[in-house]
Design a protein. Sequence first.
Length: 228
Amino acid sequence: MKTPWTASEIPSQKGRRVVITGANSGIGFHTALELARHGAEVILPTRTQAKADDAVARIRAEVPEAKIHTDILDLADQSAIRAFAARTIERFPGPSLDLLINNAGVMAIPTREVTVDGFERQFATNYLGPFALTALLLPSIKPQRGSRIVALCSNAGKYGKIAFDNLQSERRYGPMFGAYTQSKLADLIFAVELQRRLTAAHSPSRLHSRHQQRAFPRTCRNTSRNSA
């Protein structure tokens, strides 16, 4: 019988610098906690400083020596994404990131919401935001084996359809089987295409897409509060 994998099997992460979105709660928080426990330097951006401070306090309660940097990031706001990326690049110049985990997201918002940029909120937060953040931070990913970009995807993507005639759900809105599944299918397409381009460029960096699985109950609160 195969022994279940546990976080204790994570190898040392000392010397590695990680950006994790949405790390103030759910699977993102526990990812940040375990990476910090194993020695990684964690950049933890959230929508408010209060959320970041709370997450840091909880991590340091278990890992007092944790190396954590907080910042502000709203993945539904393109200007906020550009500002965060610029601050990160200024703070850590050159290829300085080992791991980018696009974890933050929203799910099944009951009624259609529009972001400050005019996009439907689920499409903006789950796809456009991580797409932009990855593109802006890609030059900062170390060009070496072990560098990773992680996209937290969902099996719900297999039920999705890219509705080019209703991309922003302006004609009709389906909270789950509509806007959400479309955004997660877009994430999968992005992951496949980015890996294809990395391979074609002979980049040692790799992109991994992961099903959120047990994080489902946490994200299924029908609000936009989980977007970091």
